[in-house]
Design a protein around this ligand. Sequence first.
Ligand SMILES: NC(=O)c1ccc[n+]([C@@H]2O[C@H](COP(=O)([O-])OP(=O)(O)OC[C@H]3O[C@@H](n4cnc5c(N)ncnc54)[C@H](O)[C@@H]3O)[C@@H](O)[C@H]2O)c1
Length: 400
Amino acid sequence: MLDNSTCGFTSPKEDFEIISGSSQSSSLRTENYSRFDKVLIIGLGQLGLPVAKYVKDKGFDVYGYDISQKAIQRAEKIASIKKADNFSEFDVYIICISTHRPDDMFTPQIDGLFSIVQEKIAKEAKNGALVSIESTIPRGTSKKVFEMLNHRLHVAHIPHRWYALEEKEHGVNQLRVVGGVCDCCLKAAVQFYGQFNGNNNINSDNGNGNGNHSILMRDGDIGITTPSTIDNSAAVAMDDAITNTSFAPANASSPSPTTGKNNIIVNYTPNLGIPLHPVSDVEIAEITKIAENAHRYLQIAFAEDIYLYCQANSINFPELREALNTKWNVEILEPRDGIGGHCLPKDTKMFLQSSKSVSTRSRILKASMEVDEEYKRYRLSRASQTANIQTSRRTGRTAY
Ligand SMILES: NC(=O)c1ccc[n+]([C@@H]2O[C@H](COP(=O)([O-])OP(=O)(O)OC[C@H]3O[C@@H](n4cnc5c(N)ncnc54)[C@H](O)[C@@H]3O)[C@@H](O)[C@H]2O)c1
């Protein structure tokens, strides 16, 4: 993660404060964070519209922007989202625009995202605002966006796990991974998104002891520690510090900040109440999204592979699948129509292309793409055989 000094952050409002812990006071400093009120959702499609609605329902002043007039009108009609006339004076920019080629939804393209950043946000946004990228993006995008903004704004990536068919369980408000380009970007994002959720205590450890973050969540407040490793005693101390704090309600206006034992952020501002899993490097957040979809891609491709095996060897696939799935750690999916939608193919390609070295690009994923193509060819040939048989039955002639 980049050092905070690279981020030209200034804040006119001071409802958010990190209070240095006595044990680490020499290396920690007190910083003030923004209050977020006015939010612009950029891209009001399948994802952006429910996001806009959710943010509005949380009491923020929400505006929308889209290159499609239809999308803007729909957002106005369905969720009373106000149309943004310009990009100035927003505290948060949430980017939900598509990240595939307009003429090919399976091929990643982020030109539209870069152009919005360069042509609109960079020119009009005030210093210290938060740019939150919720679109799925290739590794390295957040840092490029940060550069384009000349380090004037916070840039964070909070990839989505939204699923249209199960919006209630897997909608906007589900556990999300969050990464920031700088430490202060991450903290700003956590301030805006974070939920304190009873005993919910989310720790992340990148395995090498660097940049670890622990977030302890309670209603309306945030605590972040940034030691190199988090152990139970640190977590308990943090928990105590938070418990001993007299909290203002989430919508309280500017109460006086509270001190604590460790390095604590006390958040008095409203937030989105979304459970978070913070990571130490924004690229981990970027890779998480595309690798989790690549993982799903693999699972489906394996089901297709077994299906093709069954067809070639006259084995009953449903029966085999049922038998396999009786084991506790096996879950063979149904291959159905093959790998569909645009997210899985696009994001899997993003993951494949994200490796700097071509020779280390995932071979298993390349093979799974071939399996999916073969499976779809097989389905097509079966469908046309069936159609031919039906035609010949209707006409009484053999079809060739
Ligand atoms: N839909 C999902 O289930 C889902 C889930 C997780 C992540 N995502 C990711 O979220 C992003 C958006 O996906 P979606 O499904 O909402 O796509 P979508 O095509 O439904 O909507 C995208 C919207 O962005 C607008 N747009 C495109 N380029 C723009 C630009 N330059 N400026 C302003 N608006 C622009 C389009 O007009 C459209 O309204 C993608 O990166 C996708 O991979 C989607």
